[in-house]
Ligand binder design. Structure first.
Ligand SMILES: CCC/C=C/C(=O)SCCNC(=O)CCNC(=O)[C@H](O)C(C)(C)COP(=O)([O-])OP(=O)([O-])OC[C@H]1O[C@@H](n2cnc3c(N)ncnc32)[C@H](O)[C@@H]1OP(=O)([O-])[O-]
Length: 259
């Protein structure tokens, strides 16, 4: 993974001016608490159970390791989405940061996708706020100037798959028990049309190409390589077109509709 990341971060644009996250000489773990403020901890620090996004910044490489840390399944609740958005903003503005790896601190689970309880028995205002937060994450990850990798170390259905697709590169643990894909249709949830845009980000075949194809076929798992190969061939034309759009920056004005 280190080699992949090194390759990806080559050519990273000079860091943005301004550092939102002020650091002392004590580089190491950076935690974001529920109020959005950061707490510096020594490199060998540990995460408090209440920290939902843990950031371990490696000063030598400029790579931040982001670990989702909401047991039992890292479901994307409004607070978690909000925290993640704040972390991404801070890293984007951190002149030391050149790339990030998104992974999970919860064993066997990357993310169970959107928190189902945020999508039921709530007032309409909540749904608006929740969906806005979902789209913010997509826009921030998709539009990030940092090289970003999803290290998928567990199951990653639905919105978890979205996080992976937003990244520049995906690496998934080879475990037959880990599943990934768009299962939300079973719940009556239709993937938004902007999911299509994610195909533009798919490059570096075959791993992320496989993942993209998985997003197109319902409940196809990574450990079915022969099925994957067939589907990949079937979509090869579309994928070639997609590659030309890789890293296409977001035009915020034209995406007003998503806000
Ligand atoms: C943007 C595009 C559109 C996206 C749409 C979506 O993402 S829609 C979302 C589509 N996502 C899904 O449909 C996810 C479906 N979930 C799964 O496939 C499995 O839970 C698993 C493979 C993630 C983990 O398997 P496992 O055997 O390791 O664990 P387990 O199954 O025993 O669950 C442990 C606890 O977590 C709870 N919980 C789980 N998910 C969610 C959730 N999303 N939310 C809230 N809670 C959730 C579960 O109820 C249980 O709670 P309990 O009873 O202990 O109080």
């Amino acid at each position: 993974m280190a080699a992949v990341l090194r390759k990806l971060i080559q050519g990273r644009l000079p860091a943005l001016a301004g550092v939102l996250c002020r650091r002392s000489g004590n580089e190491g773990h950076l935690f974001l608490n529920s109020s959005g403020s950061t707490l510096m901890q020594p490199r060998c620090g540990y995460s408090s159970p209440t920290e939902s996004v843990i950031v371990e910044m490696d000063k030598a490489t400029g790579v931040a390791l982001l670990k989702l840390n909401i047991p039992p399944v890292n479901s994307l609740s409004l607070p978690l989405l909000t925290e993640l958005a704040i972390v991404l903003d801070k890293l984007e503005m951190d002149k030391h940061c050149r790339g990030l790896i998104l992974t999970s601190a919860v064993p066997n689970i990357f993310s169970a996708g959107l928190n189902l309880f945020d999508m039921m028995d709530k007032p309409n205002e909540h749904y608006s706020e929740f969906w806005r937060a979902v789209q913010e994450i997509w826009i921030k990850l998709y539009g990030s100037s940092l090289a970003n990798i999803a290290a998928i170390n567990g199951s990653s259905p639905a919105g978890g798959c979205l996080l992976a697709l937003c990244s520049d590169y995906r690496i998934m643990a080879n475990n037959p028990h880990f599943t990934i894909g768009l299962n939300e249709t079973r719940l009556g949830i239709v993937a938004p049309f902007w999911y299509d845009i994610l195909q533009w980000r798919v490059h570096h075949p075959p791993p992320c190409l496989h993942l993209f194809v998985m997003a197109l076929v319902f409940r196809l798992h990574v450990h079915h390589p022969s099925a994957m190969t067939k589907v990949t061939r079937a979509y090869s034309t579309e994928l070639k077109i997609s590659v030309s759009y890789v890293k296409q920056p977001i035009n915020w004005r034209s995406h007003e509709i998503y806000k």
